[in-house]
Write a protein that binds this ligand. Structure first.
Ligand SMILES: Cc1cc2nc3c(=O)[nH]c(=O)nc-3n(C[C@H](O)[C@H](O)[C@H](O)COP(=O)(O)O)c2cc1C
Length: 396
């Protein structure tokens, strides 16, 4: 195992992300892991995130519910009660103790939920009354899968309340000690349900033109930046990914419209957002299909390049990156930082392994969303242990 030489890669060079001085470019991507029993992040999460922390490393938390109507998976954490805020403090402290930086990903799944996850068994909210098609299935609390129910389109007058839930959640995240927040505007969840013309069928000022479809996200980003400052806010989008039927007739144009809105907001606010995080089309959230692909590798690269060049600030890419593809993306100036998901699940010391170009543990898909606090969560071996016994490695 040869250590990566300095000119081999910018992956291991420092990066100044606004007020945060990162020591390398390998980011933990946000990943739902369903280990926060009853919405409360416990000691297992502290261990999990601490294992993946490095001095000057950057972590993005799993999607975290902004309100009681936000969840659509079992045992995902929230950040809307005092108990949750207090519980998160211990997780964040564990990360900070290792010298890493952590943002909380603020999440509302919108119609990607089910009555079992909703207060009073109500229908989930969305931009639309149309359900997610039967092609997709929702994970139920008992581990079975069900079809998605009919959602209830938000009335125009109800939208400010939802935006306020994000604002309050952002304030809560800062109180819990998070260094900032990421607004989850990707993968077919609530914000994406407003952005995409394959879903949004509204006739009010939140539907129709691209500008109208971007309005919900833009209002939300504005409110959150006023509440906690722009330099603690990142935004994630996936204009070219059709996860949960989130299709759009013009992904390139939609991405550019979001970017123009964010650029303008930065000018109006007089401060930069922390970053824009874009999921590559080659990834679909469950990694099982290639359905999110808009076209060839070249077309995909073209989309990314255009968005990268248009956004005035830190750009994070994510989705299907290996060590080599990450090195390449940075060398070609395709991004400033690369977020890794599945490889980080199975390699708590991914940064070190990348540095050494060491072998990687394989991830076990069937424990992605199970609830055991250890198995498939914090029991993936670190390099030294893996080196000692191939038996451990081959088990994974
Ligand atoms: C188990 C799992 C859970 C995920 N949960 C989230 C999530 O909560 N929020 C989010 O924005 N993306 C989520 N993603 C997507 C990842 O952030 C990432 O973009 C994706 O895994 C692609 O990167 P990779 O190819 O390095 O795994 C999830 C992915 C996986 C595998």
């Amino acid at each position: 195992m040869a250590e990566t030489s300095a000119n081999d890669s910018r992956l291991f060079t420092p990066y100044n992300m606004g007020k945060f001085n990162l020591s390398h470019r390998v980011v933990l991507a946000p990943m739902t892991r369903c280990r926060a029993l009853n919405g409360i992040p416990g000691p297992a999460l502290a261990t999990y995130y601490q294992q993946r922390s490095t001095p000057g490393g950057f972590l993005i938390s799993e999607g975290t519910a902004v309100s009681p109507t936000a969840p659509g998976f079992p045992h995902v954490p929230g950040i809307y009660t005092e108990e949750q805020v207090e519980a998160w403090k211990k997780v964040v402290d564990a990360v900070h103790a290792k010298g890493a930086i952590i943002f909380c990903q603020l999440w509302h799944v919108g119609r990607a939920s089910h009555q079992v996850y909703q207060p009073g068994g109500a229908a989930p909210i969305s931009s639309t009354n149309k359900p997610i098609s039967r092609r997709w299935r929702i994970l139920m609390p008992d581990g079975s899968y069900a079809t998605y129910p009919n959602p209830q389109a938000l009335q125009t007058s109800e939208i400010p309340e939802v935006i306020d839930q994000y604002r309050q959640a952002a304030l809560n995240a800062i109180r819990a000690g998070f260094d900032g927040i990421e607004i989850h505007g990707a993968h077919g969840y609530l914000i994406d349900q407003f952005l995409k013309d394959g879903i949004n069928d509204r006739t009010d000022e939140y539907g129709g033109s691209i500008e109208n479809r971007c309005r919900f996200l833009m209002q939300l980003v504005r409110e959150v930046t006023v509440a906690i400052d722009a330099d603690r806010v990142g935004v994630r989008m996936s204009p070219a990914i059709d996860h949960l039927d989130a299709t759009d007739s013009d992904p390139l144009g939609l991405g550019l419209a979001v970017i123009q809105g964010l650029n303008k907001l930065q000018i109006d606010h007089g401060a930069k957002l922390t970053y824009l995080h874009v999921t590559q089309p080659r990834y679909t959230a469950y990694g099982q299909t290639e359905s999110g692909r808009p076209g060839t590798e070249d077309e995909e690269a073209q989309l990314l390049r255009t968005w990268r060049r248009s956004y005035q600030g830190t750009f994070i890419c994510s989705g299907g990156f290996t060590r080599e593809l990450g090195i390449q993306a940075l060398a070609e100036d395709g991004a400033d930082l690369v977020a890794y998901g599945r490889l980080f699940i199975s390699n708590p010391d991914l940064v070190l392994r990348f540095k050494l170009n060491a072998p990687l543990n394989k991830y076990v898909r069937k424990t992605f969303y199970t609830h055991d606090p250890i198995v498939g969560y914090t029991d993936y071996p670190f390099l030294s242990k893996a080196n000692k016994g191939q038996a451990t490695l081959s088990r994974l």
